[in-house]
Design a binder for this molecule. Structure first.
Ligand SMILES: [Cu+2]
Length: 472
């Protein structure tokens, strides 16, 4: 697989949208308490054109929020109340899921589970608080494998009252597209081949909606990079040549600042990592950021140093972010539930060939504890738990494939993998499981309602890898 098919543009547009209210919040000096405010926002999903590849290739017909790929970068302050009106101008129903936010179940945006889909021409208002600071994102949860692939996703940044000190705070929304020779989206969404293998892998990787080439930096500059993987299926494993990034948050939630294992930032679909990057190379230098996930490694972009240093020595300021108010699970009191993911090519089912035949006849490839969701979310809950109770999930990936497992409406602690403690025991809402890996996670059930637990490789989700955790 190569990514050299299309010429790379030299410029990159960033889509930063500040409502007047948001701009006011940004202008406040760090550290000063501010009253929570209501942020009134609108989002209009509609067909649009996007210059994903750039000349001489034509623009790509996409679906987009407010005509932008990715959608508007929404920035609010921690504790704000959001009121977001969605005006559906698509030729199809849709919803918006606020990925990673702890919010009321009715605002979670899952079609047929938490709300009816928003029909073409109709409106829906999402209203919820943003209790946690961090990097989050939004996307449809109706026909997700098609609607995200057509371009519907955007980043939501909830800013800390006391952010860490950096020179620039940048969002890198990473996406992957399957384009034809005319830069048009190949419309084979949810194919059986993609469903039963690694999901829909494309041939064109974009950063903030463009094929990236160079990101201009200055010697001595400190960047906060908010990496968001909005791709359907592509896993990124980024190495910053001659640089040492520091991970400061994971799925929005602060972690003890640390270097990524083996210097590689691993980012499955749905996941976010906040990095601090001190730009320590000489003026005029170039350094590549390379995706080394085991396929053919490719260069994502270059850090291109300008001729004028910003400062002589690195910024000396703390990288520690204040924790979010996420309830801590009581492990001694928490019951453990085993959850088995099975299926896919080279996988099989505990139910044997009979189960395999039944799955194939329904056009499905994956199951959670022996049950496959056919997309209508009409299945019984995988488990039911009282609100306020702590719970441990012992997840077993009995397949030959990677799966980023996403739990809606909660942040869970990753306790261990294959019996070994997880370094830094981060909070997460999406955790990547390697083939045949086991992972223990724990969380406090919050908010009555049905919360999805599913693979964020969207073709796997469509193929049955989705379940419901019911909180009562
Ligand atoms: Cu999966």
């Amino acid at each position: 697989m190569t990514f050299g098919t299309f010429p790379a543009p030299l410029t990159r547009r960033s889509f930063l949208v500040r409502t007047a209210a948001c701009a006011g919040a940004l202008a406040l000096p760090a550290g000063r308490a501010r009253a929570a405010a209501t942020r009134e926002l609108t989002l209009t999903p509609a067909p649009a054109k996007a210059a994903l590849v750039g000349p001489p290739y034509p623009e790509t017909a996409v679906w987009a929020y407010d005509g932008r790929v990715p959608g508007p970068e929404l920035r609010v302050a921690q504790g704000d109340r959001l009121r977001i009106e969605v005006d559906n101008h698509l030729p199809a129903p849709t919803t918006i899921h606020w990925h990673g936010l702890r919010l009321p179940n009715a605002m979670d945006g899952v079609a047929h589970v938490t709300q009816p889909p928003i029909a073409p021409g109709e409106r829906f208002v999402y209203a919820f608080d943003a209790p946690d600071a961090g990097t989050f994102w939004y996307h449809p949860h109706y026909a997700s494998a098609e609607q995200l692939e057509r371009g519907l996703s955007g980043v939501l940044v909830v800013e800390e009252p006391e952010p860490i000190r950096v020179d620039r705070d940048l969002v890198w929304a990473l996406d992957d597209w399957r384009l034809d020779r005319d830069a048009a989206i190949v419309e084979d969404f949810g194919s059986g081949m993609d469903m039963s293998h690694a999901g829909r892998l494309g041939n064109t990787v974009t950063l903030n909606g463009r094929i990236p080439d160079a990101v201009a930096v200055s010697t001595g500059e400190r960047l906060r990079l908010r990496l968001v993987n909005v791709a359907n299926a592509r896993i990124f494993a980024l190495r910053f040549e001659n640089h040492t990034p520091t991970v400061v948050a994971r799925d929005g939630h602060p972690v003890t600042p640390h270097e990524p294992a083996e210097g590689i930032v691993l980012l499955g679909p749905g996941m976010r990592v906040d990095l601090v990057l001190d730009c320590g190379a000489d003026p005029g230098a170039r350094a590549s950021v390379v995706d080394v996930f085991p396929r053919d490694p490719y260069r994502l972009l270059d850090l291109a140093y300008g001729e004028t240093p910003l400062r002589e020595s690195p910024l000396d300021a703390s990288l520690v972010l204040a924790p979010n108010p996420v309830p801590e699970p009581d492990l001694a009191a928490a019951p453990t539930h085993e959850i088995v993911f099975e299926g896919g090519m080279m996988g099989g089912f505990r139910g044997g060939r009979e189960m395999m035949r039944a799955m194939t006849s329904r056009g499905l490839a994956w199951a959670v504890n022996g049950v496959a969701d056919d997309g209508g979310h009409t299945i019984s809950p995988l488990l039911t738990v009282e609100s306020g109770r702590s719970i441990v999930l012992d997840l077993a990936n009995e397949t030959a494939w990677w799966h980023p497992i996403h739990l809606h409406g909660h942040a869970f602690r990753i306790l261990e993998r294959d019996g070994a403690p997880e370094p830094h025991t981060p909070l997460a809402d999406t955790a990547l499981m390697a083939p045949r890996e086991r992972m223990r996670i724990a969380f406090v059930a919050e908010g009555a309602g049905d919360w999805l637990l599913h693979c964020h490789v969207l073709e796997h989700q469509v193929g049955g890898m989705s379940a419901i955790v019911r909180v009562v």
